[in-house]
Design a binder for this molecule. Structure first.
Ligand code: AMP
Length: 216
């Protein structure tokens, strides 16, 4: 199966992608993680995209689609979760076309739904490991030792774009560019909304409910 996870920033897409991928032995394309790694490595693509991430705007589609093409070829025939891609209609159509060239298609697009106050709260409390990308929340899911990653011992930091001014911009970008995917995937009959409220485990059960229904 190929499953798209989308929604506003801070709804827990990344954490859910990790859980589902582990349970189902899927690979994840996490566009944000890939871009942050490129920036850290100061690669050609990293230098090009850094400003966009800092401002909270979308990276131009050409750059994103280059990364995706490589990933699709490497993951042909495998179960995949697309986390944070597509993020606009052009990307969604490009994904559909690229998959159909490989005789594949998106099985479901799961849209995570959460109210704005809760999103802002989660983002400002989010910490991530800049070594292995593990995600924590200061209140609902802290690391055992403050500031230190449970998985790899790396240092936990606040993402530069989790500052309040950038959060506002990212929410605007979601509303204007990503939200139209609801209509697009509804039209294809594969949109599945999932309530992102509650604990990680509760949300995980809802996601698995959607995916299990596919096998039933
Ligand atoms: P995320 O980690 O998914 O919150 O993504 C962090 C940032 O990476 C976004 O605010 C964008 O600047 C950039 N980004 C991630 N995915 C995409 C995408 N599919 N298209 C364009 N920009 C993206």
């Amino acid at each position: 199966m190929r499953v798209v996870f989308f929604g506003p920033p801070g709804v827990g897409k990344g954490s859910q992608a990790e859980l589902v991928a582990k349970a189902m032995d899927y690979n994840i394309l996490s566009m944000g993680d890939i871009l942050r790694e490129e920036i850290r490595a100061k690669s050609t693509i990293g230098v090009k995209v850094e400003n966009f991430l800092q401002r909270g705007s979308l990276v131009p589609d050409e750059l994103i689609l280059e990364v995706v093409d490589d990933f699709l070829l490497e993951n042909r025939g495998k179960g995949v979760i697309f986390d944070g891609f597509p993020r606009n209609l052009h990307q969604a159509i490009a994904l559909e076309q690229a998959l159909s060239r490989l005789n594949e298609a998106v099985s479901f697009a799961i849209g995570f739904v959460l109210e704005r106050d809760e999103i802002v709260k989660r983002l400002t409390q989010r910490r991530y490991c800049n070594r292995c990308n593990a995600i924590y929340n200061l209140t609902s899911g802290p690391s055992i030792k403050p500031g230190v990653c449970d998985e790899c011992g790396g240092e936990l930091t606040i993402r530069g774009d989790d500052r309040e001014s950038v959060i506002v911009e990212r929410l605007k970008v979601y509303e204007s560019q990503t939200k139209p995917l609801i209509e697009y995937y509804s039209g294809l009959g594969i949109y599945r909304p999932v309530d992102a409220g509650g604990s990680k485990q509760e949300v995980y059960s809802r996601v698995m409910g959607v995916l299990d229904a596919h096998h039933a």
